[in-house]
Structure formats: C-alpha cells, structure tokens
Design a protein around this ligand. Structure first.
Ligand code: ADP
Length: 721
C-alpha cells in the first residue's frame, strides 16, 4: 500500500496551523457575508459557532436597538430555522400561536437595555450547537467550570472563550437551584411533547413521498444495515444485536448533545412575562435543536495523521450550508458508530456489518489488491497474459516481475532484452509495499538486484514524454463510489509532477533520482527556480515541482498534442486497471475511495499505469496544492456522502421493530416507506448510475460507453485463473 503522505517538519506543521487559522478566519468572514442579505438582527442571532458568537457581540447594539423581539421572530428570523421551517412546514406561524406569551405587548414595551441583553444571551444559548461545546471541552479544565447549582453555572457546553465565559457569568442573573430544576423538568416535558408532535408532523408530511422512491432500494428494515445487503442469511438475532447497539450509542451521544440545554434553565430573568416569552422561545429552539442534532451530519477523521487530518476536517466544515451541516463527532465518542462519514488513512477498524446504509467509509475492504504494487501486478497479469487481442488490450503497465517469486522469469527476460540493440535495458526496482520513491532505483546491471523484502522489478520507460527537457508523470484522482457494479469519477484537475533535473540516459546519471523519479516528496528538496519559471505559465499558482493538469494541457496543446484523445487513452487505462481488480475487491455499500493514479506518458503519447495510491497525499505545500486539493476534498465529500439520517426517528423505528419481533410480527413491514421517509427527511439516497447533483470537477467515467467497451472485451472472465 502506498500511503503517499508527505511528512512535515515541526516548523512546517506550525506554518500549516497558521494557514489553517487564516483559512478558518476567512471562512468565518464568508459566513458573515453570507448572512449579508439578512437584517442585522438575523445576522446577530445566527447559530453560535465560535465566530458567530463574536459577531453577536460585535453587532449587539444594533440588535438591541429593536425591542420588538418575539419568540416567533427569534425563531423565524434565524436563517437556518427559517429555511428549514419553510421546507418542512414544521413551525408554521399559525394564528393560534399569537396567544403565546411571547407575543404579548406588555413585556415588549417594557424591555430595558439590560433585559434585551439577557434576551440576546438566551437566544445565543438557545441556538447554540451542543456539539461545539464538546470540542471545546479540552480548553477548559474541569475545575474551572462553575457549578451550575450556584446559579452562576458557566456550563462548558455553552462556553465559547474565556472572555465570553466571563461575560456570560457577569451578565446572566443568578438562578435558584429549585427553580432551575423545576424549569428544567417542565421544559423537558414540554420539549418532548413538542418533539413528538414535530416528528408526527414530519411523519405525516413525509408519507406523501411516494413509497416507490424507497421500494427499489429497501425491502425491509434489516436492509438498512448492510450485512443483509451482503447476502448473509437473514438473521433476526444479529439484527437485534445491531439495532440495540445503535440505540445505545445514539442514546449516549444524545447525552452529549443534550448538555447545551442545561443553559436554558439558568437564564431566568425574574420578570414573569419575559420569562414565559423566553421559555417559549427556548422550547421552540430546543425542538429545533433536537431535530437538528438528531439528523446532524457527523464526521470522524481518524487522527493518526494530525498534519493532514485537519485538512480533511476543514473541508468538512467548509461544506456547511443549509443542506450539509457537517460537525465533527464529539471526541468522547471514539468508538461510536453514529457518524455519517468516517475518514481514515489506513484500514478502518470497524465492524462493517454494524453500519447502516447511510454511513460512509473512505476505504474499500481489500483495496490492497489495487494499491500494493505486487498485487496490482498479479491482477493485471491475469488479463495481460491472455494470448491474443485480449492480452494486448490489457497491456497497460510496463512488464513487471515480483521477486523473489519470479526471479527466474525476470533473469530470462533481462537476458533477452540485453540482446536488443534499440534498448539500454534499463529496469526499475521498487519495494512492493512502499511509497514516496523510498527504496526505488534504476539499474541496467543484474548484479544490482538485491532485496530483503518483496519487491517488483519493472522495465523502465526509457523514452518518456518530456516538457522543457524534464520527465513528468500524472497524478490523477479517481473516486470509486461503487466497485461492483463500477461507478467511478475522474477528477479533471490534478498534477503533472516533474523531476527536477533534465532527463538523461547517460550511464553516469542512472543513479540520479532527481532525473528519473518524479515524486514531489523527492524533487521538492531540489527546487530549481529556472525550471519552475519555464514550466509554469503566467498567472498560474506556484506548485513547487508540480504544475496543474490544466497548465499541462495548455502546454501540450501548444506543442500540437491532441489532448482530448490523450485524455481518452488515459481514461481507458484507469478503467482497464479497475476492471482487473474488480472481482478482487468486494463491493461494500458503505465504502467509497479516492485513489491516486500515477500515469506516465511515453514519447509516443501512450499512457502507462505506474501505480495506484491509497490515501493520496492531501497535504498542501504550496499555492497550487491549496487550490487543487481543497476543492478535490470538497467535491469528493459532496459526491460520496449519503443523505443525513435522523437518528432519533431511526431509533424509534428500531425499537418498534424489536417489539414486533417479540410479538412474532417479524416479517411485517408495512410502515417501512413512511419510516424511511421520516428518517431521511424525505430525501432519496442516490441510486447506482444516477448522476450526483453536484459533480464539481469530477467527470463520471463509469458507467459510460468506455466502460461498456472495456467490459465487452472479455465476456467470460469467470474462467480466468
Ligand atoms: P512510489 O510508490 O514509491 O512513488 P512509483 O511506482 O510511483 O513508486 O515510482 C516512483 C517514480 O518512479 C514514478 O513517479 C516515476 O517517475 C518513476 N517510475 C516508476 N516506474 C517507472 C517505470 N517503469 N519507468 C519509468 N519511470 C518509472
């Protein structure tokens, strides 16, 4: 496996952190300007992410100036609430609601500045995401948290920064414990009623979604868990285990989400009407929050590579919009399987059969059949070795032998080629399970062949296509969302990675890695200003030893290369490669994977597959990396993620299902379509072959007519050994 991730020195990490900080600030600025269309009041009560809370403070006076704040307004002027309400019809402001204390004129008229500030504080807390508090927990040692019972409860679930914490403590009036408990209990009751009725409304509304939307995808509740999809024998006991586990994990996660609600109880103003108004406001916000947290899109990025983990996390968070509001899984819930998307850099440590169909993991089980050099060789050879046209069709990699196993065959071929006058008989040796050019060398003397681990030896492409005299290869990003049937998206942007010294086949240059290897991890240490100036066209981002595919295309077109047909051949190499491994990598409905394909073009404009990387480097060393990779990760997530699912609704369905089972009604599934509509908020998961709503810079290369062409070459692959 070739995890091509570039390690960073301490100083680079620090730089990356700084860059991350800047980007975060930029994003927050954008979020602020996104709200530009709202009134100041709308802006000031936008959900309190750390930054928007600062905005609240910054615009506090503007908002304060308007005393006409009602619970309806508070709720409905919130941009996210407003849009959701409109979409879901959850909180139609019906005339009945005008009777609520929140709309009484008495308290509105009498609001003084102090009260308005308290109201604002409540709004801020009521609309805060409980999730954020969990993330911030580490910043505040437990001892610093003020006990809520003393009335100055700076519950950390609402705390944002020490400054805000201080303000919260000094601004909010003390709360009596008994009152707090009472309020808390009554609020819980009111809230759960609210939520039950909300869910009922949702369920009623969602039943309008035609059952056919789901019937082609799900036949039973058990199918929501993938073990059933994998063709395992129906096993009620197993289903019960998985269902109970899911319920338990969600209940525990809910406790974390629920922490923010403690804050509502402590903001009590002591003014009856106002209290009631605020209570109504808080209850509404609570119902809204519960609905949201229950369906929250949660990601977990496994932190074993902190330097790149943050890059992926940033990409998730930058996807925040009304449709995909991603939040990082609370750190305390390490082993929970309640996330929507898991991103790891190595084999995921998960129980695949416990996942439900709306969860996604960024690796296929057994992807090593593609990403380990010896496995790839073996799988391609199965087709390459078929005599005749089929074998020729799969001639996509340079001739390769795995050592020690194929040592004799290698020696025979080496000797045969030594007699060919047109070639220098150059070979390249690579460790089978390594990456970033480690342990690789070019040789033309068989005596140089020595190894202590499994290696491959490969004929060296002696005449690569050169640009300005330098060798380069292509780094392509290939997103596989289904292995069988195959669904693949090829990113139209990527990199041409250059060697940093002019190409030469002189005997004295054979050992020079800056000439023969194009890995950026090697060549970035030999940056050549002149070369970079020559390669990079004006106006393009600096990319170290790389240029973008877009630039390459421009340069090659200027040299008379037919890019379209070259790209068509590249697409075929990608598809043929995937064809060779398709039966080796089991399909899994929860899996997707972003592969890095390395392709070398020879002087006849023929593309050769060099290798396929699992977890291609996402680190950003230069301007070009930022430009290409940030968009790549976001586009990947948009295509790969499944729709949000409502955990609360799912838990309800599972509970009912478990009950039915004990009553012997196991097979009855009348409510399935309505349940799924509720769980998925009426959205329908994309089916195989359906074009994603947003492709970004990806193009779909399978299913396609090119893929049909590849498949048709070999009708009866089952007979292959
Ligand atoms: P790694 O996983 O260590 O990066 P690669 O197989 O990608 O190993 O090889 C590293 C570099 O060596 C490639 O980027 C390419 O420039 C060069 N290279 C690899 N194989 C060949 C080959 N058969 N002919 C010419 N150059 C090659």
């Amino acid at each position: 496996m070739t995890a091509d991730v570039i390690e960073q020195s301490g100083s680079e990490e620090a730089r990356e952190q700084e860059q991350g900080q800047e980007q975060w600030q930029r994003q927050e600025q954008e979020k602020i300007s996104d709200n530009e269309g709202c009134s100041d009041r709308e802006r000031s009560i936008s959900p309190s992410s750390p930054s928007s809370r600062l905005v609240v403070e910054g615009h506090g006076d503007v908002m304060c100036a308007d005393a006409q704040v009602t619970s309806h307004e508070v709720r409905s002027c919130h941009p996210r609430v407003k849009r959701e309400e409109e979409q879901m019809g959850l909180y139609d402001i019906s005339p009945d609601e005008a009777d609520e204390p929140a709309t009484s004129d008495d308290w509105r008229k009498n609001l003084n500045e102090e009260t308005k500030r308290k109201l604002r504080e409540l709004e801020r807390i009521a609309f805060s995401d409980g999730l954020e508090s969990e993330d911030e927990e580490d910043e505040y040692p437990r001892e610093e948290a003020v006990d809520a019972s003393d009335g100055r409860g700076a519950d950390r679930s609402s705390a944002v920064s020490p400054r805000q914490l201080h303000q919260t403590q000094s601004e909010v009036a003390p709360v009596q414990t008994s009152r707090q408990e009472k309020d808390s209990t009554s609020m819980e009751n009111a809230r759960s009623e609210d939520i039950t009725s909300s869910l009922e409304i949702v369920a009623q509304k969602r039943q309008e979604v035609p059952a056919t939307h789901y019937s082609s995808q799900f036949k039973s509740v058990e199918q929501i868990f993938t073990f059933h999809h994998l063709g395992e024998k129906e096993n009620p006991q197993r289903f019960a285990e998985v269902a109970e586990k899911f319920i338990k994990e969600w209940e525990s996660l809910k406790v974390v989400f629920g922490r923010w609600r403690k804050n509502e109880a402590r903001v009590v103003m002591g003014h009856k009407e106002l209290d009631d108004a605020l209570q109504a406001c808080a209850d509404r916000a609570s119902a809204y929050q519960k609905e949201r947290t229950s369906s929250q899109l949660l990601f977990r990025v496994v932190q074993n590579r902190p330097e790149v983990a943050s890059i992926v996390s940033e990409a998730f968070l930058s996807l925040r919009d009304d449709f995909a509001d991603w939040t990082e899984m609370p750190a305390s819930h390490k082993n929970s399987a309640c996330w929507n998307l898991l991103w790891t850099w190595s084999k995921p440590k998960i129980q695949w059969s416990d996942l439900n169909i709306w969860q996604r993991v960024n690796h296929f089980p057994e992807a090593k059949h593609l990403t380990r050099k010896d496995n790839l060789k073996r799988n391609v050879a199965r087709y390459r070795n078929i005599p005749g046209k089929v074998g020729e069709f799969f001639d996509i990699t340079p001739l390769t032998f795995t050592l020690p196993g194929e040592y004799v065959q290698f020696c025979t071929e080496f000797a045969r080629r030594a007699d060919l006058p047109s070639l220098k008989n150059l070979w390249i040796m690579k460790p089978a399970g390594s990456s970033r050019g480690r342990g690789i060398f070019v040789f033309n003397d068989i005596a140089a062949v020595s190894y202590t681990e499994c290696v491959i030896v490969q004929t060296y492409i002696e005449r690569p296509l050169l640009l300005e005299g330098y060798k380069f290869d292509l780094r392509l990003y290939v997103l596989v969302t289904s292995m069988n049937p195959l669904e693949v998206f090829l990113y139209q942007e990527g990199f041409a990675r250059f060697s940093s010294e002019r190409y030469s086949l002189d005997a004295g240059d054979i050992a020079n890695r800056f000439i023969h290897l194009t890995n950026s991890s090697i060549n970035r240490h030999n940056v050549n200003e002149l070369q970079q100036r020559n390669l990079r066209s004006d106006g393009y981002a600096a990319g170290g030893s790389k240029i973008s595919l877009e630039q390459l295309q421009r340069r090659l077109k200027a040299l008379g290369v037919d890019w379209k047909s070259l790209w068509g051949r590249v697409v075929l190499v990608v598809l043929k490669t995937l064809f060779c491994v398709q039966d080796r990598i089991p399909q899994h409905p929860n899996a997707f994977e972003l592969f890095g394909f390395d392709i070398l073009i020879d002087s006849d404009l023929r593309p050769w597959l060099i290798e396929v990387n699992a977890s291609p480097s996402l680190s950003r060393d230069n301007e070009l990396d930022f430009k290409v990779k940030d968009a790549l990760i976001q586009d990947t997530l948009r295509i790969a993620a499944a729709p949000a699912f409502d955990r609360e609704a799912m838990t309800g369905m599972l509970r009912r299902r478990l009950g039915e089972r004990s009553r012997g009604r196991w097979h009855v599934d009348k409510e399935l379509a309505g349940d799924i509509a509720t769980i998925l908020h009426g959205k329908r998961p994309r089916e195989f072959g359906e074009m994603p709503e947003e492709l970004g810079r990806f193009e779909r290369i399978a299913p396609s007519k090119e893929w049909d062409e590849v498949k048709s070459v070999l009708k009866n692959r089952q007979t292959l050994k």
